[in-house]
Structures are given as C-alpha cells and as structure tokens.
Design a protein around this ligand. Structure first.
Ligand SMILES: Cc1cc2nc3c(=O)[nH]c(=O)nc-3n(C[C@H](O)[C@H](O)[C@H](O)COP(=O)(O)O)c2cc1C
Length: 171
C-alpha cells in the first residue's frame, strides 16, 4: 500500500508522532513522510492511505490543515486517518469527535473512507504559558500541575500508542 504521512507542526510535537507513525507504517508499506507545506492538494490522489497530523489550535485543527483538507483532490478507494496533539491532558470522546469534524467532512465530500484519529498530549510552548494560564483562570498550583503533566509529551509511551494505532489501521 502507498501511504502518505503528512503533518503541520510548529514546535515538533505533531512531527514526533508523524515520525513514529511513519516508522511503524514503513514495516509493510511504501511510505512517504512530508510536512504539509511540501504537499500540494493534487499529490494526494497518488496514495492509498493518507495520515494527516495537526496540533489542536483553539479547540480546532490548525488553520493550514483545515485549508488543506478543503482543497485535496482525491483518487478512488482511498482511506484517511488523523493524528492530533494538544496540551490538555485528555479530551472526552465527544470533544475529539468535534475536533475531527473537518477531516470527516472532507472525507465525505471527496469519497475517502475515514478511519479514525489518534490523539495525545503535546507540551505547550513556554511562550504561551502565561497567556493560557490566565485564559483558563488557573491558580499557580493548578498551572504547575498542568505543566507537570504536559512536560516531555509526547513521550515514548505516546509514540508507542501511535504506532499501535497505525499498526491496527494498516493491518
Ligand atoms: C495558537 C495555539 C492554540 C492552541 N490551542 C490549544 C487548545 O485549544 N487545546 C489544547 O489542548 N492545546 C492547544 N494548543 C497546544 C498545542 O496544540 C500543543 O502544544 C501541540 O502539541 C503543539 O504541536 P506542534 O508542536 O506540532 O506544533 C495550542 C497551541 C497554539 C500555538
């Protein structure tokens, strides 16, 4: 199977998961790993399976990912799955359902089979700590707890879970 792993990543978290997914997928498939900026919407038609990664931005996929999803030119019989990183410890399933809506809508519109989405924590860049702490109205203690939880993520365990997700998808 020809697989495209593409992602948008500003601080490397989503890229880390993309690399883990690529490593796993490459065991039994022909895989290309590309930053979103390196892929044009017309390229997508050449792959059987598209894995697309995004950080969560303001409880949504990142702008460039949504834009890309809207403009892809699909082939036939294709499948797609997503992967998302976010600083929040965990989102309930129905929230993830909302975040993945643009992927599902693009798949529906373009006749691609949607196969689900992996998500895990990814540390928030330090430059935004104060802003987010204020916005979420957290005490120093609550924020310290949040920072403790997100530091070092995605970690090896997250990478392992991403690999297991893709292993099952491509089996
Ligand atoms: C502008 C902006 C908005 C964000 N909004 C959210 C959010 O709504 N929820 C969340 O959990 N994380 C949010 N984050 C944190 C990122 O999703 C998270 O740190 C992610 O792992 C970054 O991935 P990257 O390193 O691939 O860019 C936001 C980050 C930025 C820069």
């Amino acid at each position: 199977m020809k697989v495209l792993v593409t992602y948008f990543s500003q601080t490397g978290n989503t890229e880390k998961i993309a690399k883990a997914i690529c490593e796993e997928a490459s065991r039994a498939n022909e895989v290309e790993l590309k930053k979103l900026e390196e892929v044009s919407p017309g390229d997508v038609a050449g792959y059987d399976f598209i894995l697309i990664g995004s950080p969560l931005h303001a409880s949504n996929l990142a702008g460039p990912v949504k834009e890309f999803l809207g403009s892809i030119q699909a082939g036939s019989g294709q499948k797609m799955a997503g992967f998302i990183t976010h600083f929040a410890p965990a989102y309930p399933d129905q929230a993830m359902d909302g975040f993945t809506e643009p992927m599902k809508a693009a798949c529906k519109e373009k006749g691609i089979e949607y196969k689900g989405c992996f998500d895990c924590q990814g540390a928030l860049t330090e430059s935004l700590h104060e802003v987010v702490k204020k916005k979420q109205n957290l005490t120093d203690e609550q924020w310290a707890d949040m920072v403790k939880q997100m530091t070092g993520r995605p970690n090896e365990e997250d990478e392992g879970k991403a690999k297991a997700f893709v292993k099952e998808l491509l089996a």
